[in-house]
Design a protein around this ligand. Sequence first.
Ligand code: GDD
Ligand code: MN
Length: 380
Amino acid sequence: MELSIIVPTYNEAPNVAELVRRVAASVQGIDAEVIFVDDSSDDTADVVRSVMETASLPVKLIKRDTPTGGLGGAVVEGIYAAQADICVVMDGDLQHPPEDIPKLYARYREGDADVVVASRYVGAGSAHGLADRSRVLVSRLSTLVTRAMFPIRLRDVTDPMTGFFLVDRNAVDVRGLKPRGFKILLEMLARRAVRVAEVPFHFASRYAGESKASLRQGLHFLVQLAALRFGKMSLFALIGGFGAVANLGIMWFLIQFGVHYIPAAIIGAEVTIVGNFLLQERFVFRDMTADASGIWSRFAKSFAFNNIEALVRIPLIALLVNEWHVSSVIAAGITLAVAFIVRFVFHSLIVYAPRRSSSATRTSKILDELDKQAATPGEL
Ligand code: GDD
Ligand code: MN
């Protein structure tokens, strides 16, 4: 067996036969099996059982009695049950075109990747099949934040949220996975450094039925993201929080001595900007400095960003104080909180971005090693 195709299903009865037909047609010449991992409350399992009688390739069914871990849990069970080490994971609603399976497999066989991601955001890929504009926006935004939170692990991955990918199960720590809901690929990529390649694909519309994505899945995702990235993000927040308190303290101090609140806010901000930069260099982004631009260039970017941020913030503070009669220190606090998220995204994506040209394999090996340590929870 060369390839095991794992399809998690939750109420996909009307899609099963068409999926198997198209998979079978597209993997001709490849020794492949299809494994449905089903948690449905409809008759999906019965449909799978009847389709396997006539299918031209082996079709298996895992009907889970205790569906732990949702979609991600189902994928992990499928990977355990697979005959082949090379597993393709795809949705059961034909949003992931089966005709792209050989493309994923061919890319894998080039030999330099353990995971091949079918991406909507690379080359000729597209996300047209997403249900509506708000889904597109949520997907784009969460992809951006996720990549910002894992700038090293996801440096070659444009679509960490895709549910369509190939994985060599020997390269990922399957037993170490703690699947929660939809984003199983992200978990695989975040927990251990693996070699990733991407191929573009067109995310199609659903063949039948409706999406199981929900607000609850969205919340799951946020929890997962925070849990996976406990180390870096929490340190950044800690330093940011420390800086915010220092900023407010300096402001309060100066106001006590009769300084007008605007110059007080400016002085507070400048002192905090330099202090935060030094602390982040040392504690948050140390593992990325080797491959990033030089320290003065980093400082310039960070300093410029923070000053522009402050320039936007100070009129906002004035607005809050003058129009809404919020106390000046509280107004500064509100704007600092909003600025935090933007600042994190900017720093990990731009200030500490690896210089593409200098990605000598030796450096990236060292970086990967450092990243492994940085991703270990509980570090300080
Ligand atoms: N076994 C099992 N258990 N399967 C599930 C469960 C579950 O609890 N929840 C959903 N599924 C199955 C669905 O039946 C479908 O085959 C697949 O997982 C994806 O679910 P959809 O409901 O079709 O999700 P989507 O289309 O909104 O989201 C897809 O696209 C996203 C990209 O925008 C998924 O592929 C996501 O993983 C992907 O991030
Ligand atoms: Mn879908």
